[in-house]
Each structure stands twice: as C-alpha cells, then as structure tokens.
Design a protein around this ligand. Structure first.
Ligand SMILES: [Zn+2]
Length: 62
C-alpha cells in the first residue's frame, strides 16, 4: 500500500497492469469526530465527522 494515502479514509486498490499504484477513496474512517453537546445540559448527544459531515452516535469511538 502507498504510504501517502490519507488515513482518514479507506482506500480501494484499483491498480492494474498499466497503472500499478492506483487507489480510489472509499469509506470515511471518521477519525476526528467532533462531539455535539446539548444545550443547556451539556449532555453528549452525538458526534459529527468534519471529513464527511456524517452524524455519528454519541458513543462513537474512532
Ligand atoms: Zn467521516
């Protein structure tokens, strides 16, 4: 695997004979989720992934 691929995403190897190092970006790994807190209780209600804008459950662990 190439070392310069962004670790925030899954990468799919689509290399072939003519293109031996070809990758397409796959699923987001949600590595840096931002916690979302309810107002005014401050309760953790969800996470938001800044890379793909997905809403993740409060218990999300990257
Ligand atoms: Zn994501």
């Amino acid at each position: 695997m190439s070392t310069n691929l962004d670790p925030r995403w899954e990468w799919v190897d689509i290399s072939d004979f003519a293109n031996p190092d070809l990758w397409v970006r796959g699923e987001c790994n949600h590595l840096t989720p931002e916690p979302v807190h309810a107002e005014p209780t401050g309760e953790l209600v969800a996470h938001l992934c800044p890379d793909c804008n997905a809403q993740l459950p409060a218990e999300w662990q990257p």
